[in-house]
Design a protein around this ligand. Sequence first.
Ligand code: PLP
Length: 454
Amino acid sequence: MTVSRKQINFLRGWPTPGLLPTTLLSSASQRVLANQDEYTKMQEYGSCHGVTRLRKGLADWVGSHYGVTPNLERICITGGASQNLVCILQCFSDVNYTRAVWVVAPCYHLACGIFEDNGFAGRLYAVHEDDEGIDLETFDRQLQEFENQDKPNRDLKPFKQPSVERKLYRHLIYTVPTCSNPSGLTMSLSRREGLVRLARKYDGLVISDDVYDFLQWPLTAPVTPDRSAEMRLPRLCDIDRSMGPSDNDSRGFGHAVSNGSFSKMSGPSVRTGWAEASPPFITAIARTAATRSAGAPSQLCAAMLADVVENGQLQRFVDETVRPTLQRRHRLMMDAIDRHLSPLGVKARTSSLNGFETFGGYFVWLDMGGEVSTTFLAQVLKAEENVIIGHGQMFAVHGDEKRTNFTNSARLCFAWEAEQDIVDGIERIGQLLVRMKQNREHYLRLASTSYNIH
Ligand SMILES: Cc1ncc(COP(=O)(O)O)c(C=O)c1O
């Protein structure tokens, strides 16, 4: 079948243009650039910790959201979550000393490459999760077994120069605990606490991409600025903070860092985010050599964001535009799935936090069932329906793909395509699944021959 239909892309994890706050940023830039005191400072090199007004605005915002005491010293401005992951690795990992990177699977696939670029290729290990989050017993066992067999490497000399301003961790743990990319899952409070305890026990650092925390909504009730407790679960860095000093950490760096981002709230192009952790941890990030040379990233955008965080416009945009838009799009996708895919045996995660009526983030995670892998399905969908999906194995941990099996899973983004295309795209997937059932032998043959993937 040849395709002439418009492409529908469920793989792209971008905000739809209506979620870009153009007017808001335009007026913020005019205010910043109209004020001579402000614009001169903002166009020069900035301080290492980043624009103070934004750090203060964020401390107040996250403080009231999570119910924690605002503390400017726990926050520095970054160039977004991806860029800051690199900074974290520069300061707190060492290819000799840091023995393993544990990645909760299915994972945000593009994070794997960042660890690999920093010397950890072949040392990424998948951590299994169930409907509540990380399976802690299995993870504890994995860590213990790893420690036992890794004994000969315990005394390897660190590759990097030791520094009193930094700490090297033996283990890194990468997770997206709230409305995860790709699974949509939110880790329960007890699993969060257990994870931090494991990080402390094994001298680990939890790197938590908290990029969807503010993007949560009730499944059916109208979106309001007030969020229920399950939409404000403590971050891993808050849990670590509440546990006080740990045995493996005499200098108080802590065992968890929150990697925040404006990408999903004010458009990814601002390339601005923030890190939150203990003050020594944050100072170390702020003093990476590149930041000392050039100042914190995204200085001018950070000044614009400081303006709209300080006057509350960004928070209102998130509550009045972003969350309701995502709620509506998610509903449209789920309704279309109920109509066109559920009768064919496809299952979708319906809520982010097990037992609660909430959802968040950008993605729906499907269990397609079926006899062929979603790797194959994705290829046929593109060829026959011009629909692009993220097939499950894309989100397996690089180098440890065999430990977890996502060959029946798929990720669909509801934030990018036009609303009608979301509905049409799901219908097209349904049409292909029906054809596959009706022409089973044909597609099984195709799966084992021309596409060579099953
Ligand atoms: C889990 C996760 N981390 C990081 C990013 C990228 O964040 P940033 O744009 O702040 O680099 C994304 C974007 O999709 C993401 O889903």
